[in-house]
Design a protein around this ligand. Structure first.
Ligand SMILES: O=P([O-])([O-])O[C@@H]1[C@H](O)[C@H](O)[C@@H](O)[C@H](O)[C@H]1O
Ligand SMILES: [Mg+2]
Ligand SMILES: [Mg+2]
Length: 292
């Protein structure tokens, strides 16, 4: 499969052309192949060499153009880098959101890229590779799916959440709604809210790189994003509700009971230490998946 998507966006008054095509073709060609899988923080937290390769490709391509910019990348953090969101221009990258899906060839995997300045998200891109859906939004300029404007206008609820590495999130909330879905990628789940395919999404335990880009896509589509306790959204808190309206979001906030999660930007020294022990646990359990 070879797809070429070109996304034009302006960054601090420059016009930057970002190709996501090359990185996503790496994901698509690896999708059908046997993968070497390693565990990170838990048996449901997987990484493949494609996750690492795509993150490196993205960071080096962006760094060539913007050498002063900073990065928060999922796999760099897993390798020991600190999560530090400062006022400097910062790219928040999840090279493959939905790695469990990727490993199992469940066809929802996305590249998620957000760009922040002064801790505010300027734009976000979520590319759902197998579906060939490119969501993007720029602050104040609306949200788009494959170039067409998005606008949420849904009144009866379909709710998306995740049962992943932090499976307690499904058990802590009883929702009276039409139905609950889980696609296995937080970024694409949230984009469903932006399209109106789902009314709401809530999640506890995801990381900033999972939802940084899709947050601005939901907001620019006219949706609402808040903390699971109904307070202001905090990208580092690892708790989020995204919904088509404040009424829906507040209704979910009333029933969700969050469990404690270590913040993404908790002291770097503690994170490094924890990451090292996680790796020590993860290495011996590395395994190779075989073709079915
Ligand atoms: O690890 P990853 O595949 O990038 O991201 C994961 C996905 O977004 C999944 O839907 C969510 O349940 C996990 O919390 C995330 O970690
Ligand atoms: Mg992710
Ligand atoms: Mg990922």
């Amino acid at each position: 499969m070879s797809r070429r998507r070109l996304y034009r966006l302006s960054v601090t008054s420059q016009t930057h052309t970002l190709f996501v095509a090359h990185e996503t073709s790496v994901i698509l060609s690896a999708f059908q192949q046997q993968k070497e899988v390693r565990l990170k923080s838990s048996p449901a937290d997987l990484v493949t060499e494609t996750d690492q390769q795509v993150e490196k490709m993205l960071i080096s391509a962006i760094r060539r153009k913007y050498p002063q910019h900073r990065f928060i990348g999922e796999e760099s953090v897993a390798a020991g880098e600190a999560v530090e969101l400062t006022d400097s221009p910062t790219w928040i990258i999840d090279p493959i959101d939905g790695t469990v899906n990727f490993v199992h060839r469940f066809p929802f995997v996305a590249v998620s890229i957000a760009f922040t300045v002064n801790k505010q998200t300027e734009f976000g891109i979520v590319y759902s590779c197998v579906e060939d859906k490119l969501f993007h939004a720029q602050r104040g300029r609306g949200a788009y799916l494959n170039g067409k404007p998005l606008c949420s206008d849904i009144h009866r609820c379909v709710v998306v959440t995740e049962i992943g590495a932090e499976s307690r999130s499904i058990t802590c909330c009883v929702l009276l709604c039409y139905s609950v879905r889980a696609l296995g990628t937080a970024a694409v789940d949230m984009c469903q809210v932006a399209t109106g395919g789902a009314d709401a999404y809530y999640h506890i335990g995801m990381h900033c790189w999972d939802i940084a880009a899709s947050t601005i896509i939901v907001l620019e589509a006219g949706g609402v994003v808040m903390d699971t306790d109904g307070s202001e959204f905090d990208m580092m808190s690892r708790k989020v509700i995204a919904a088509s309206s404040s009424a829906v979001a507040n209704g979910i906030a009333q029933v969700v009971q969050a469990f404690p999660c270590r913040r993404d930007n908790e002291a770097a020294s503690k994170r490094k230490c924890d990451t090292q022990s996680e790796r020590a646990v993860a290495q011996p359990t590395a395994c190779v998946l075989h073709e079915l």
